[in-house]
Design a protein around this ligand. Structure first.
Ligand code: UTP
Length: 289
């Protein structure tokens, strides 16, 4: 079983980032010098994905442009001898990787966005990456690790992390039993539970590898939490038919859909950036000593 395709649902409204997201995609906000969608694409490509499927909406055209060729810019950079930047803009997507775009006509929820990509997936397992969950995992990427597990075990898998009990209401929360190092078997999953109803503090974050049976389950999933068609509810239905796993990834996740998470990512990626780290570190120490 090889995982070749990944869905990037990018059709959300980005309400928490208004007014920045009124006409521009949240996924094009840059963390230092790269839009957050590019970090997710790089993670997918590292995991061996060769077909990128973006589920977009009316305000998201810049994403399509970002992954396309810009001949005028390339020509100007070439004439100006700016070889380094030329390489940067030419190598955003490797040559063997293709992009496809499909619209979600209305923001009816993450589950609905994934279902919109069904015609482009066919009957094979696929990954889903939510770009606003930016995952820093030096060494092996989070999706790479998940893909390896699926290639062995051939079940759907979701990435999880422990969150503060005060935050369970923001996430899909799982009940599970341990299955070995970093791996759990799902026994239940509930979207945005109240603190007193949460089965644990293990929260699903934005990386999934799913078996194609999820599509028929999504087709019969009714609107759930927040009035949206929830991927979580279809995963709950899937558990009745086949085993679903959860993977406690190594590394750090930044919730770039929230202002605080985005600012934290900007500071920490700035401090890791080869061109900036020294000067930025010195600035922070001077400013906040
Ligand atoms: P979020 O819950 O972060 O929603 O969606 P959002 O609309 O992007 O942001 P807020 O909450 O209004 O600030 C999680 C992921 O699912 C996608 C989003 O683009 C994001 O990657 N999504 C959500 C869709 O593609 N379509 C939807 O209808 C809803």
């Amino acid at each position: 079983m090889r995982i070749r395709k990944a869905i990037f649902p990018v059709a959300g409204l980005g309400t928490r980032f208004l007014p920045a997201t009124k006409a521009s995609p949240k996924e094009m906000l840059a963390v230092v010098d790269k839009p957050i969608i590019q970090y997710a694409v790089e993670e997918a490509v590292e995991a061996g994905i060769t077909e990128l499927i973006f589920v977009t909406s009316i305000t998201k055209r810049a994403i399509e442009d970002h992954f396309d060729t810009n001949y005028e810019l390339e020509d100007k950079l070439k004439k100006a001898g700016q070889e380094r930047f030329l390489e940067v803009v030419r190598n955003i997507i490797p040559k063997h990787v293709s992009c496809a775009y499909i619209r979600q006509p209305e923001a009816l929820g993450l589950g609905h966005a994934v279902l919109c990509a069904k015609p482009l997936i066919g009957g094979e397992p696929f990954a889903v990456l939510l770009a606003d969950d930016l995952i820093y995992s030096p060494g092996v990427g989070c999706l790479s690790s998940m893909v390896k597990i699926v290639e062995d075990i051939q079940n759907s898998i979701v990435a999880i992390e422990r969150v503060s009990i005060n935050d369970v209401k923001k996430y899909g929360i799982i009940a599970s039993e341990p299955m070995g190092k970093q791996l759990h078997r799902l026994q239940g999953i509930v979207e945005k539970p109240a603190q007193e109803d949460a089965p644990s503090n293990l929260a699903v974050v934005g990386r999934y590898v799913l078996m194609p049976e999820i599509f028929s389950l999504l087709e019969s999933t009714l609107a759930g939490a927040n009035g949206e068609i929830q991927l979580t509810d279809a995963i709950a239905a899937m558990m009745a038919k086949q085993q679903v796993l959860a993977y406690e990834f190594e590394g750090k996740r930044y919730d770039c859909g929230s202002k605080l998470g985005y600012l934290t990512a900007t500071v920490e990626y700035g401090l890791r950036h080869p061109e900036l780290s020294e000067e930025f570190d010195a600035y922070l120490k001077e400013r906040y000593r």
